[in-house]
Structure formats: C-alpha cells, structure tokens
Design a protein around this ligand. Structure first.
Ligand SMILES: C[S@@+](CC[C@H](N)C(=O)[O-])C[C@H]1O[C@@H](n2cnc3c(N)ncnc32)[C@H](O)[C@@H]1O
Length: 280
C-alpha cells in the first residue's frame, strides 16, 4: 500500500488505495467504484488515513463475507466448464440447479422458481427489458424465468467472480447480453427497463449505508421494481427482516406516491413497486 503524503488530496488518496486494492487477491474482485465509495466514505469519517483504511478494509471484508457460496466460485467454475463440453439443455439445467443450490438466496427459491416469476410478471406484465440488480447466482435461474421472446435480461453484480461464472454460462448457452461487473449503488443502469429485480438486497444495501436501498430504488430507471426480503435466516429459522425493514420500505414508497403490491412465497416476500407514474 503506498504511503500517504500530507499534501495529497482525499481524492488522490482514495485513487491510490483503489489502484492498490484492485490488484489485491481478496479485494480485487470488487468493482473499482465499490472500493472507491467505501474507501472515500471511511476517509471522510476518520482523522487518520491509516484508521480510515483499516475501517474500510473491515467494511469490504463484510461486503465479501456476506456472499460466501458453499463451494468457492472456482469449484462452481469447474462444474460449469465440464458442462460446457456437453452443452445439451439437460446438462445445463442440472449444472444450473447445482449452482443455484450453492447459495441460500437462490437455493430457497428453487422449489417454486417458475411460479415465482409467473406471479411476478402477472402483476408487472411481460417485460421487454429486465434488470437483475446485485444478481449473485440468480442468472443461473434464467431458464426458469419464463422471459418473453426477445426480452433482454441484464444482470449486474459488483463481484467479478460471480460475473465471470455467469458469463461463462451465458456465452456457452448463447444468451446475450452477458452479466455486467457493476456496482448498482454507485453506477445505476441508465436506459429504461420494464422490471428491475432487487432480490434479498434491501437489508444488505442498508448495512453498507443508511438510505442506500432507497437510492437504488429511486435511481433505477425501471417501470417496476421487485424488492424482496427473505423470511428465513441462513439456518432456515424465521427471520424478522421483512417485519423490520418492510415497514420502512412501504413508508418510502407511499411517500413517493407509488402504488405497490405484495406477493408472499414460502420463504420470501416480494414488494412490487409501480413507478410508472413517477418521473424516472
Ligand atoms: C445475497 S447475494 C444475491 C442475491 C440475489 N439477488 C438473489 O436473491 O438471488 C448478493 C449479491 O449482490 C452482490 N452485490 C452486493 N452489493 C452490490 C452492489 N452494490 N452492486 C452490485 N452487486 C452487489 C454481491 O456480490 C452478491 O453476489
């Protein structure tokens, strides 16, 4: 890590740290804008640069450890590479199901995955463009989403390992466009979409910074936002996340004057926010 000169501006300090961390074995998987955002915020909060860097690394560690999959991305990549050798639909379905099973967020949705998207699109209407914000492994559920012909599905994630994994699959399966390495908080997509998924991310964004989830919902240029909450924790026990955060979201949505509908599934609640009346 380069030393910090007293004369360096905060922007220069952050830029130097980003350069160093972007090639770091652990933090380098995160998008540069994620690094810059977290480093910059900590630098503004701390008296000393070294204290800020330490605090930022703790926060970055937290961001990464929130999304550990059972089996590192490298093992999943090997599974996928083996399936690519035999790209029959069946081989893909089975490898996708295995990969979806390796993270609680997607595993929990698997038993009712097709019904999940059917009910969602029954409310929003069939979209021409879908954004999957902070998608994680969810692009591997693409075969079960029932997307209408010609629908463009864009997945975004700020962790390069997940994006690389899903891109291998998309390229081999002939799906276009491939998932994008992008932080949806610092760098929202710009062009309009029909539906944007923000699944099981509200509370994670709020942990990164209070108000972040509302900023994402406000800035994402989609007619509908589908914001979901898990109703069980990672051990399968009831978790009161929706009870705690749902009311805050509903108050925000009401304040914006957006109508909303709630769909309940066995372990997930989806709030569908209709932003069509809003200036997007
Ligand atoms: C809980 S997991 C995936 C959840 C997924 N939406 C689902 O329900 O299946 C969270 C994912 O969000 C990604 N992520 C977290 N913060 C992000 C951000 N600000 N921008 C883009 N991706 C983010 C992580 O890298 C991780 O892959």
């Amino acid at each position: 890590m380069p030393g910090v000169q007293a004369s360096e501006s905060q922007a220069e300090i952050v830029a130097g740290w980003v350069r160093a961390l972007s090639v770091h074995r652990k933090y380098g998987v995160l998008a540069d804008t994620t690094l810059a955002d977290i480093l910059g915020r900590e630098l503004a909060l701390h008296r000393s640069a070294s204290g800020a860097l330490k605090a930022a690394k703790r926060r970055l560690h937290r961001v990464l450890s929130d999304y550990l999959v059972d089996g590192a991305p490298a093992r999943l990549q090997a599974l996928l590479d083996a399936a690519v050798v035999d790209p029959s639909a069946d081989a893909y379905r089975s490898v996708c199901a295995t990969i979806l099973d390796s993270h609680a967020s997607t595993r929990e949705r698997q038993p009712f995955v097709a019904e999940f998207y059917q009910r969602l699109f029954a409310v929003t209407g069939a979209p021409h463009v879908v954004y999957d914000l902070a998608a994680g492994l969810n692009p591997f559920a693409r075969l079960w989403m029932g997307l209408p012909d010609g629908c463009r599905y864009f997945a975004f994630d700020n962790n390069k390992d997940f994006v690389t994994l899903a891109s291998t699959y998309f390229v081999a399966a002939g799906f276009d466009p491939s998932p994008v390495w992008q932080d949806i908080l610092t760098t929202p997509p710009l062009t309009p979409a029909g539906v944007a998924f923000l699944f099981k991310m509200y509370h994670c964004l709020e942990t990164r910074r209070s108000g972040a989830a509302h900023d994402v919902i406000r800035r994402t240029p989609a007619a509908w936002l589908a914001v979901s909450f898990p109703t069980r924790n990672l051990h399968g026990r009831p978790a009161p996340i929706y009870a705690h955060k749902g009311a805050r979201l509903e108050a925000f949505v009401a304040q914006q004057g957006w109508p909303s509908t709630t769909l309940e599934f066995p372990n997930e609640v989806v709030v569908l926010i209709d932003k069509r009346g809003a200036a997007r």
